[in-house]
Design a protein around this ligand. Structure first.
Ligand code: C5P
Length: 224
């Protein structure tokens, strides 16, 4: 089985991001480039990272009318991303058109509910009910729209996997066992997320901010 770890390159400098990916590339399965990276470095930046030979996950979280999102998907064909994100709350037609416009080898996955939002925030946007139900509802919509999967937390991936057997599930917010937690929050390890059905594991700071990123990536790889 290939390495499911996508290293989040949340670094402002292209050179620093590329150097980090180059250093750890033998111990990761791909890299995740976010909106910030894409806005700063554009296609050129993505090409520079792609040259390293790793699959690229473009975390653009697209959300607009179907025609515009489809146009954006077509505009990134040339980058051959392995994974691209859209917002499930953009609706079924938007997701269908995004998938139809994506390159054949690109998985389109939906962001359900941003982890920066809580139930009070949801309510203020007119959504009643709890966060879990909202995630499950949007996951179902993404499946109906023909997407490949969703982004969800390690806490949710087990439940979502039960509902959507062949979905592709991207899980961020992971902490390797033994890393400082600093509080009593339930920690999900990369291994736990994998066992619960995660297809891709997004890991940033536990590797990028480690004293020895290569060792950190190697240690995570060894647990999987
Ligand atoms: O925390 P870490 O540095 O590993 O985060 C890696 C990536 O996952 C970041 O790009 C961050 O935006 C994303 N993330 C997320 N949801 C979380 C935690 C992190 O989307 N709950």
């Amino acid at each position: 089985m290939s390495n499911p770890v996508y290293l989040a390159l949340d670094l402002p400098q292209l050179d620093t991001a590329r150097a980090l990916a180059q250093k750890v590339k033998a111990h990761i399965g791909g890299v995740k480039l976010g909106l910030e990276f894409f806005c700063a470095h554009g296609h050129h930046g993505v090409h520079e990272i792609t040259h390293l030979g790793l699959p690229v996950f473009l975390d653009l979280k697209l959300h607009d009318i179907p025609n515009t999102v489809a146009g954006a998907m077509q505009a990134i064909h040339v980058l051959e991303p392995a994974i691209v994100t859209v917002h499930a709350s953009g609706g079924r037609a938007m997701m269908e058109d995004a998938k139809a416009a994506a390159a054949n080898g690109t998985k389109v996955v939906a962001v359900t509910m941003l982890t920066s939002l809580d139930e009070r925030d949801l309510e203020r946007t007119g959504v009643s009910g709890n966060a879990h139900d909202q995630v499950m509802r949007l996951a179902e919509l993404a499946e109906l729209a023909g997407l490949d999967g969703i982004v969800c937390s390690g806490q949710e991936v087990g439940a979502v996997h039960k509902q959507w057997k062949d979905g592709f599930f991207v899980v961020p917010g992971l902490r390797p066992a033994g890393s400082a937690t600093g509080d009593q929050k339930r920690v999900v390890t990369p291994r736990q997320a994998r066992d619960d059905g995660a297809s891709a594991l997004v890991i940033g700071r536990p590797i990028s901010r480690a004293d020895n990123p290569v060792q950190a990536a190697r240690d995570i790889e060894a647990t999987l």
